[in-house]
Design a protein around this ligand. Structure first.
Ligand code: ADP
Ligand code: MG
Length: 694
């Protein structure tokens, strides 16, 4: 491998040494490259930094001054105030930090500080900084870079002025080495209107104008997205191309009768998704596709047509559900649709008796069973299919690429794969999370649905809510009440399912049949309660979010969520999807304390029934880190620079570029791809580990 200056340990840079190297390591910086990519978190335009002499009471300002004198002042009420007099060429002002006497140890006379905060009147003008950065100490840097002041992410043992000093001594050299990592050819840079790495990093560290910093950020954002997509393009290729897939043969023998028998027309979105699926299945590329659509958008119907295509060609198709009850429900729904065509559905779950199980396994093995529904037990070793052509996975939680591959990579088995997800997510997030899959989206609900009525209530209105639930039950309906916790915790003051279950069935719902389900129950107990609710033997089901994954109970018309302010919007939308499945009008009642911004968020839910819109709002409000959720690995976020809301355009081109590279050189062996390979095994290795395969 060629030697890169950027690989040298940060310890050997000017002004670092072993002790500071330890402090850098705690910030996640161990190499020269890490330091180069440690870019400012904040930019202040000098033209908005105000001369101290001009500051006026009532303004909120940013100013830069030298500490002329300082000290801690006690007040009569025991509060200790740290004060410093700041000066520049235009004048002086007192800065005060009530209750922060410890700043006296941090600031020194002669330090230059950047402060932001309101100017008040208190024995004259006084600024009370919200933010303060020591930009220089003694002879170290003046902190002024052209007309923009930059502020780096710092730490207790690596304060701003130290970082700044290290950058001043090394940045020219670091920037000079930056293009050693450049992996994009000039024409690609031009095509995507991106600056080369050296220029992008110069923009980030030393912008002439704030605008430049964003140009630099976009370049690094492209890089992150590109490397993410390279790993996914490789996974996609391994899944779909290394060995040929099945070329399904379409005769319309089953598909046409199903069209004729269906009591409805397919929506445009269903028809489009089916065309995409048929094309994949009929080609010799193995299908690896995600079908995304809101609850009720008709994914099952789409899956069934795909299964019939496999069956027409004489192959078997299997649908896997996450729980036994869901598998049974799928089987019952599909049976209703295929029995008029003279077809059956075979069900294989752990709950089958020994004889039934043996019979099902035999049918699967000799090919009598053409359409099979089951849990993940379906792909276990004991099950051997005569000729499996398609697997549909009804996925309720996200699999990583690796898990998805493990699911199907067994010798002699290369069925097409269709993954269904009922968690609508914005297209950009889907591409980032599922870049190895092709994407079909049901962005339209079948006509004639009555949206679930959603209302917000305060805890004080709880009795009214209980009245409403009782009235619905009197009309023969059922209700869910969801809590954020299983059992009461000393740490948080939240209602918990187990305690509320006792209270409700002894108090407000003493005449009703109340059930309890939560994640700490054994699965057989969970199952029993769910079945009782499904059978109508329970009126009110007290639950935690385990029912998010839940079941389809058409007779349930009320969903009450307690502490709704505690839940994410997408999660609330999923919960709401548990009702509104039958003909009767349904209600979702969100009981929320007035918490910071909570009402604003919950109103999004009240005002829209569209899961994709809810997901976009969720992404905007919570940020992408949360949504990467369990896929996040270690402390380094998967995406540091890219913002999935703002950079969707970059994601599209990064995916195209990455798929192009992998198509031409799958293992990145060509000399022109050496730098891509080096960075994949180097700086991106840990961050992309979760996507890695083999
Ligand atoms: P999902 O799996 O996406 O939640 P389903 O496939 O269970 O949705 O469909 C929900 C309901 O809508 C089912 O009762 C199904 O028969 C019905 N349905 C599906 N497609 C259509 C359509 N195009 N027009 C009318 N009803 C439909
Ligand atoms: Mg195929």
């Amino acid at each position: 491998m060629t030697y890169s200056h950027l690989d040298r340990p940060v310890q050997f840079l000017k002004g670092v040494g072993p002790k500071r190297a330890d402090a850098f390591a705690r910030l996640g910086i161990t190499s020269a490259r890490d330091l180069l990519y440690h870019v400012p978190r904040r930019y202040d335009d000098a033209s908005t930094v105000r001369p101290i002499g001009t500051l006026e009471v009532g303004e909120d300002v940013t100013a830069l001054g030298r500490v002329r004198s300082k000290g801690v002042i006690p007040t009569r009420r025991g509060l200790r105030i740290f004060q410093a007099v700041l000066e520049d060429d235009s004048g002086m002002i007192t800065a005060a930090w009530p209750g922060q006497p410890w700043l006296d140890r941090k600031l020194r006379q002669g330090d230059t500080v950047l402060v932001t905060g309101p100017v008040k009147f208190f024995h004259g003008r006084q600024i009370q900084p919200r933010e303060m950065t020591v930009v220089s100490r003694g002879q170290e840097s003046g902190g002024r870079t052209g007309l923009i002041y930059v502020t780096y992410p710092a730490s207790e043992d690596l304060p701003q002025w130290v970082l700044r000093g290290v950058f001043d001594k090394n940045l020219d050299a670091l920037l000079g080495w930056a293009d050693e990592d450049e992996y994009l050819a000039g024409d690609a840079l031009e095509r995507y209107r991106l600056p080369p790495l050296g220029r992008a990093l110069t923009f980030l560290h030393r912008p002439d104008e704030i605008r430049q910093a964003d140009v630099g950020r976009r370049r690094l954002a492209f890089d992150e997205l590109f490397f993410l997509q390279i790993v996914q393009a490789q996974a996609r290729r391994r899944a779909t191309e290394i060995e040929p897939g099945i070329e399904h043969v379409r005769t319309n023998e089953l598909i046409r009768p199903l069209h004729e028998a269906l009591p409805f027309e397919l929506t445009e979105a269903q028809a489009r998704s089916l065309r995409e699926i048929y094309a994949d299945m009929q080609s010799n590329r193995r299908m690896s596709r995600l079908l995304q659509g809101d609850v009720g958008s008709g994914k099952t119907a789409v899956a069934l047509f795909a299964m019939l295509l496999a069956a027409e060609g004489g192959l078997q198709a299997a649908l896997m559900a996450p729980t036994e009850i869901l598998a049974e429900q799928h089987a019952a729904n599909l049976r209703e649709l295929v029995e008029p065509l003279g077809l059956g559905i075979d069900l294989l779950t752990g709950g089958l008796g020994a004889a039934d199980r043996r019979a099902a396994l035999a049918d699967i093995q000799d090919g009598t069973a053409r359409l099979v529904v089951g849990t993940h037990a379906l792909i276990q070793d004991a099950v051997s299919f005569a000729s499996l052509g398609l697997v549909v996975v009804d996925e309720q939680h996200r699999f990583g690429v690796r898990q998805r591959m493990a699911l199907l990579d067994r010798p002699g088995l290369r069925p097409d794969l269709l993954v269904m997800s009922a968690t609508p997510i914005p297209r950009s997030l889907a591409m980032a999370l599922y870049g190895d899959l092709d994407l079909s989206v049901l962005d339209e609900l079948p006509p004639g649905r009555t949206p679930v009525q959603t209302v917000l209530r305060r805890p004080a209105a709880r009795d009214d809510v209980y009245d409403f639930v009782r009235a619905q039950v009197e009309q023969g309906r059922q209700a869910y009440i969801v809590y954020p916790l299983v059992a009461e915790s000393e740490k948080v003051d939240l209602l918990a399912a187990t305690d509320e279950f006792e209270r409700l069935r002894e108090g407000p719902f003493s005449h009703l049949r109340v059930g309890l389900v939560h994640g700490q129950l054994a699965s057989s107990e969970k199952d029993a309660v769910m079945r009782a609710f499904l059978a109508g033997d329970v009126d009110v089901l007290v639950a935690t979010t385990v029912i998010e994954v839940g079941i389809d109970v058409a007779n349930a018309t009320v969903m009450v969520v307690e502490h709704a302010e505690r839940f994410g919007l997408s999660q609330l939308h999923q919960l709401r999807g548990r009702v509104g499945r039958g003909a009767a009008e349904s209600h979702c009642i969100l009981i929320a304390e007035p918490a910071d911004g909570a009402d604003e968020r919950l109103k999004v839910l009240r005002d829209t029934a569209d899961g994709f819109e809810v997901a976009r709002a969720d992404l905007r409000i919570r940020g992408q880190g949360d949504l990467f959720g369990s896929l996040q690995h270690g402390r380094d976020p998967v995406l540091r620079f890219a913002d999935l809301m703002r950079d969707e355009d970059l994601l599209v081109v990064a995916q195209r570029e990455a798929r192009g590279v992998v198509a031409s050189d799958p293992e990145l062996e060509a000399p022109e791809h050496a730098r891509i390979r080096a960075q994949l095994t180097g700086r991106y290795r840990d961050r992309l580990e979760m996507y890695g395969i083999g």
